[in-house]
Ligand binder design. Structure first.
Ligand code: ADP
Length: 271
C-alpha cells in the first residue's frame, strides 16, 4: 500500500468517526427532548386529573351530602313521594361519583399507577361495612345478603381504602347481576393460624359465559352491550379492581357458570 493510499484511508476513517459521533450526539439530543416532552405531558396530565377530580367531586359531594340531610326530614314536612325522589337524586349522585372516581383511577393507573397506603387492615370490619351498605339495595330486590364472617380476625397488610373499593365493586356487581337468591361475602382463614387467606363474593345471579371470563377484566368491556342498557355501568370496575389487587400483592380471580352464578375471590398476600 502506498503512503498516499494509507493517508487517504486514515482521513476517511477519521471523517467517518466524526460523522458517527455527530449522529450519536444528535440522537442523544432528540432523546433528551422526547424525554422532557413526555415528562411535561405527564405533569400536565397529573395536574388535569387533580383539578378535574376536585372540580367534579366537590359539587357531587354537595348533591349527595345535602340530599342525605334532607332525607332525614327533620322538620317532618316532606311527603313520602318527595323522600322517594330525593333518594333517587342521592343514588344518582353516588353512582356518578363512583364513575368519576373509576375514570380518574383508570387514568392514574395508565399514567404510572395509583399510590397505595399499605397498613394493617381489619378485613372483617371492612367487609361488615360493605355488607351493611348493600343490605337495603339487596332487600329491595328480594335478595338475601349473607355475610359469612368471623367476629374478628388477624389484620392483613393491605391498603384498607382500596380494599374496601374493590370489595364494594364486587358486592355492587353481585347485587346488580342477581335476580333472585343470595349474595354471600365470605372470609376464609387458615385453620391453624386463623390468618385470613381469601375474601369471596359469590352470587346466584346471571353468571358469566366462559369465553367472557378474561374479557370482563379489560377496560370498558361488558358481557353484552344490551346489559349496559339494562344494568348501566361503564365496564371499569373489574379492571381497576384487578390492578388494585395486584398492587397490594393480592390476586383477584373469578369462577362462574352462565345462569347459575359467579364467585369472585381475592387471595391475600402470601396466602
Ligand atoms: P360494570 O359493572 O360497571 O359494567 P365491571 O368492570 O365491574 O363494570 O364489570 C364488567 C362486566 O362483567 C359487567 O358489565 C358484567 O357483564 C360482568 N359481571 C361482573 N360481575 C358480575 C356478576 N357478579 N355476575 C354477572 N356478571 C358480572
Amino acid at each position: 500500500m502506498s503512503l498516499w493510499t494509507n493517508i487517504l484511508e486514515r482521513a476517511d476513517l477519521r471523517s467517518r468517526e466524526r460523522r458517527a459521533a455527530s449522529a450519536h450526539r444528535e440522537a442523544m439530543r432528540a432523546l433528551q427532548e422526547a424525554l422532557s416532552a413526555a415528562e411535561s405531558a405527564q405533569k400536565t396530565r397529573d395536574q388535569f386529573l387533580a383539578r378535574m377530580s376536585h372540580e367534579l367531586r366537590t359539587p357531587l359531594n354537595a348533591v349527595i351530602g345535602l340530599s342525605r340531610v334532607l332525607e332525614k326530614n327533620s322538620a317532618g314536612n316532606m311527603r313520602p313521594e318527595d323522600l322517594h325522589l330525593l333518594g333517587r337524586v342521592r343514588a344518582g349522585g353516588e353512582q356518578l361519583l363512583r364513575l368519576v372516581e373509576d375514570v380518574l383511577d383508570q387514568s392514574r393507573i395508565e399514567g404510572g399507577g395509583v399510590p397505595l397506603a399499605i397498613s394493617d387492615a381489619d378485613v372483617v370490619g371492612i367487609a361488615t361495612n360493605v355488607v351493611k351498605q348493600y343490605r337495603s339495595a339487596a332487600a329491595a330486590k328480594g335478595l338475601r345478603m349473607l355475610p359469612v364472617l368471623p367476629e374478628s380476625a388477624p389484620t392483613v397488610r393491605l391498603d384498607p381504602g382500596r380494599f374496601e373499593q374493590v370489595l364494594t365493586n364486587l358486592v355492587d356487581n353481585a347485587v346488580k347481576f342477581t335476580v333472585s337468591g343470595d349474595v354471600k361475602v365470605t372470609l376464609a382463614s387458615d385453620a391453624a393460624t386463623r390468618k385470613p387467606t381469601r375474601m369471596i363474593v359469590s352470587d346466584t345471579g346471571i353468571g358469566i359465559p366462559e369465553d367472557q371470563l378474561d374479557v370482563i377484566f379489560q377496560p370498558f368491556q361488558q358481557v353484552d352491550a344490551s346489559a349496559r342498557r339494562s344494568f348501566g355501568g361503564a365496564g371499569l370496575g373489574l379492571p381497576l379492581a384487578r390492578q388494585l389487587c395486584e398492587g397490594m400483592g393480592c390476586r383477584l380471580t373469578v369462577e362462574s357458570e352462565s345462569g347459575r352464578g359467579s364467585r369472585f375471590t381475592i387471595r391475600f398476600p402470601g396466602a
